[in-house]
Design a protein around this ligand. Structure first.
Ligand code: UDP
Ligand code: MG
Length: 138
């Protein structure tokens, strides 16, 4: 099991002023912030990031929403990072997210669900490399 995962705090959570509260929960759960930045993804970059979902019906809306306003991107370190972070954020649909999880607390809807979390060690590395150079990871 790998020790890094990649996350984004999604636009609606940033706009709502929940960045600090979400980062607090992440650090309180034992994750170390390896890299962190606020970025405004172009539509092209958002489309590339979510290319794995390009056949899904929600792809167009997802790309539009993730490129409409700035996000916070971060690499997080912890033992068993991918699985433990998915537990911390809760189910994709906040209606199904366990009490106390980040999505239960901060998500607005299935689409606007506050945070991204990598789904495998392989994708954690791909996604971290997509957003951060070696000099940005400390
Ligand atoms: N999403 C959506 N409708 C759906 C499923 C997913 O709008 O029916 C969005 C939602 O923002 C989700 C993202 O697409 O976080 C990626 O979907 P995935 O199935 O990978 O969920 P996640 O890994 O984020 O829990
Ligand atoms: Mg996913």
């Amino acid at each position: 099991m790998g020790n890094i995962t990649f996350t984004m705090i999604k636009p609606e959570a940033v706009v709502a002023g929940n960045t600090g509260a979400i980062l607090n929960k992440i650090e309180a759960a034992g994750f170390r912030i390896v890299a962190l930045k606020k970025i405004h993804l172009s539509k092209e970059r958002a489309g590339e990031f979510y290319a794995v979902h390009s056949d899904r019906p929600f792809y167009g809306e997802l790309v539009d929403y993730m490129s409409e306003l700035p996000i916070i991107a971060a690499i997080l370190e912890k033992d068993n990072a991918v699985a433990d972070f998915r537990t911390l954020i809760g189910a994709t649909n906040p209606a199904d997210a366990a009490k106390g999880t980040i999505r239960a607390e901060f998500a607005e809807s299935l689409a606007k669900n506050a945070v991204h979390g990598s789904d495998s060690d392989e994708n954690a590395h791909i996604e971290a490399d997509f957003h951060f150079s070696a000099e940005e990871r400390l």
